[in-house]
Design a protein around this ligand. Structure first.
Ligand code: BES
Ligand code: MN
Ligand code: ZN
Length: 495
C-alpha cells in the first residue's frame, strides 16, 4: 500500500473513491458538503430520505459521474460532540473494510479528527494508515481451498486543508505504515497454530527479521546456554515439553553505539496448557495466543526498522511451551531463578512470570534506559479491565504515565493499575523466598509484584495484555495490540 497526502477540496480530487463523513445529527462534514454541492445535493437528499443516518461505522457507496472521482463513500461518524481519535479510527476501519470489497484501486479520505490540534495532521495520517493497514489484514489461513484474491486497493491518500500540513501528514502516514507492518507481523505470528509457531519457529522468524533489515541483528540462546546462565525458573516451565526452549535477543540499532537501549521483554509461551496444573478444555485453544507479548516485541522491532526510529531497542523473548509430562515441574517444586532467588511453584499455570523473571534478570546485562515487559499474564487482568484496555503496572509512576499517554495518543488504551508493598505479602512461601501464585484477589497486581522482585534498580514497567491481545468468538484472532502503544512510546522518547 502506498500512502500519500494531498491538499485541496473533495470536489476537485482525482481518485477512484472519495471518503467523506456524515454525523449522526445529519450534519455533513465540510468535505461532504463541498462534494454535495458538486453533486447537486445528492448526499443531502440521501440524508433527508434517511437512507444515510450517520451512525458510527455505517457506510454508503455512491457511484458518481460528475467531477474527478468515480465513487463517493459516505461514512457515518456518530455523534458530533463526542467525535475524536477513537471514532476517527473506527470510521477509517469501516471505510477501508467497505473499500476492500470494491474495485477501487485508490481512495482519498477527507475525514478529520476534531477538535483540531497542532499534531492533528500527524495523527490523522498515522491513525489512517494504521486503520487501513489493519482493516486490510488477512489471517494467513491454512486451508485446502484457494485463498480469496487480495483487494485491488493499492494507494490511499488523506486530504489536509493547508499545503503546509502536508509534511506532517506524510510523516504520520509513513509512521502509520510502518506500525501497521509491525502489527501485521505480530498478528501473523500470534494467529499461527502452536504446532507451527513453536519456540524454534519464533527463533527462525527473528533471524528472518535480521536478514530483512540491516539495522536488526538476532541472537538465539539454546537450552545449554540457558542452563549455563542458571535460568532455573525459565527452564522449569519448559521441563515438560519435547520442544526446545529459546531465548531470543533482537537488537535494533537506530541510535548511537553507546546509547542505552529501551529493552522490550515479551512473554513467548507458544502454548500454555497450564502444565501439571492443567487448564480446563473450554478456550484452551486460545492459549496458542500466549506468545502475543513476544509477537508484539517482534512487531515493534519490525516497525522501528521500517520507520528508522532514532533509538536503540532490544527485544528479549523467552520462548517455550508449558506442557504436562513425566518430566514436568510439579506444584510444590522449588526452583532457583537466574537472580539467585528461589521460587515455590504453587501453580504450574502461573508460568509466564517464571520465564519473564529470568528474562528480566538477563535484561540487566543490556544496561537498559528502560525495560517494558509485555505479557498475556493473567486471567485476572481480563476480569479487571476486559477486552478494551491493557494494564500498566510499574514501580515508576512517570514511566507508567508515559505508557498510558502513548496509549491515548495511539488510540491503543492502557490503564495504570496500582502496585504497592501490601500486595507482596500474598506471595509469601514457607519453603522458598516466595511463591509463584497466590489467591485470586488482585491477581494481575500480584503477578506484577512477583516481577518487581527481579527489577529492583531498573526503570521498569509491566503490561498485562491478556484481555487486549486477541479477540474470542467469531472474530477470534490477534489484534496486533499493543504495537501502536509501544511505538508511540518509543517515538516520543528523547534519543
Ligand atoms: N496465559 C495465562 C493467562 C491468560 C488467561 C491469558 C486468560 C489470556 C487469557 C497465564 O499463564 C495463566 O494461566 N495465569 C493464571 C495465573 C494463576 C494460576 C495465578 C491465571 O490467570 O489463572
Ligand atoms: Mn498459564
Ligand atoms: Zn500463560
Amino acid at each position: 500500500m502506498r500512502f500519500y497526502a494531498v491538499s485541496g477540496s473533495a470536489a476537485q480530487q482525482r481518485t477512484d473513491c472519495a471518503i467523506v463523513g456524515l454525523y449522526e445529527s445529519g450534519t455533513l462534514s465540510v468535505a461532504a458538503a463541498q462534494l454535495d454541492a458538486a453533486l447537486g445535493g445528492r448526499i443531502a437528499r440521501l440524508v433527508k430520505r434517511r437512507d444515510a443516518r450517520g451512525k458510527a461505522g455505517e457506510v454508503l457507496l455512491l457511484d458518481v459521474e460528475a467531477g474527478h472521482c468515480e465513487r463517493v463513500l459516505v461514512v457515518g461518524l456518530g455523534k458530533k460532540d463526542s467525535f475524536g481519535r477513537k471514532q476517527y479510527k473506527k470510521a477509517l476501519v469501516a471505510a477501508a473494510t467497505a473499500l476492500a470489497r470494491t474495485g477501487a484501486r485508490d481512495a482519498v479520505s477527507f475525514l478529520s479528527i476534531e477538535p483540531v490540534t497542532e499534531t492533528d495532521a500527524y495523527y490523522r495520517g498515522r491513525l489512517a494508515a494504521e486503520a487501513v493497514g489493519g482493516a486490510l489484514y488477512r489471517v494467513p489461513a491454512i486451508r485446502s481451498s484457494r485463498q480469496p484474491p487480495a483487494p485491488p486497493l493499492k494507494s490511499f491518500g488523506i486530504a489536509v486543508s493547508h499545503k503546509d500540513q502536508k509534511p506532517e501528514a506524510e510523516r504520520g502516514l509513513e509512521h502509520g505504515r510502518g506500525i501497521a507492518a509491525g502489527a501485521a507481523l505480530t498478528r501473523d505470528l500470534a494467529n499461527l497454530p502452536a504446532n507451527v509457531c513453536t519456540p524454534g519457529y519464533l527463533a527462525k522468524q527473528a533471524r528472518e527479521l535480521a536478514r530483512a533489515y540491516r539495522s536488526v541483528t538476532a541472537e538465539v540462546l539454546d537450552e545449554p546456554e540457558l542452563k549455563r546462565l542458571k535460568m532455573g525458573a525459565f527452564l522449569s516451565v519448559t521441563a515438560g515439553t519435547e520442544e526446545p526452549a529459546k531465548l531470543i535477543v533482537l537488537r535494533y540499532r537506530g541510535g548511537a553505539a553507546g546509547d542505552a537501549p529501551v529493552v522490550l521483554v515479551g512473554k513467548g509461551v507458544t502454548f500454555d496448557s497450564g502444565g501439571i496444573s492443567l487448564k480446563q478444555p473450554p478456550g484452551m485453544d486460545e492459549m496458542k495466543f500466549d506468545m502475543t507479548g513476544a509477537a508484539s516485541v517482534f512487531g515493534a522491532v519490525k516497525a522501528a526498522a521500517e520507520i528508522g526510529l532514532p533509538l536503540n531497542v532490544v527485544g528479549v523473548v523467552p520462548a517455550c511451551e508449558n506442557m504436562p509430562s513425566g518430566r514436568a515441574t510439579k506444584p510444590g517444586d522449588v526452583v532457583r531463578s537466574m537472580s539467585g532467588q528461589t521460587i515455590e511453584v504453587i501453580n504450574t499455570d502461573a508460568e509466564g512470570r517464571l520465564i519473564l523473571c529470568d528474562a528480566l534478570t538477563y535484561a540487566r546485562r543490556l544496561k537498559p534506559a528502560v525495560v517494558v515487559d509485555v505479557a498475556t499474564l493473567t486471567g485476572a487482568c481480563v476480569i479487571a479491565l476486559g477486552a478494551h484496555t491493557s494494564a500498566v503496572m510499574s514501580s515508576d509512576d512517570d514511566l507508567a504515565a508515559e505508557l498510558t499517554a502513548a496509549g491515548r495518543r495511539a488510540e491503543d488504551r492502557a490503564w495504570h493499575m496500582p502496585m504497592a508493598e501490601e500486595y507482596h505479602d500474598q506471595l509469601k512461601s514457607n519453603f522458598a523466598d516466595f511463591a509463584n501464585a497466590c489467591g485470586r484477589e488482585g491477581g494481575a497486581i500480584t503477578a506484577a509484584c512477583f516481577l518487581a522482585k527481579f527489577t529492583e534498580g531498573l526503570r521498569w514497567a509491566h503490561m498485562d495484555i491478556a484481555g487486549t491481545a486477541y479477540l474470542s468468538g467469531s472474530h477470534k484472532g490477534s489484534t496486533g495490540r499493543p504495537v501502536p502503544l509501544l511505538m508511540d512510546f518509543l517515538i516520543h522518547r528523547k534519543p
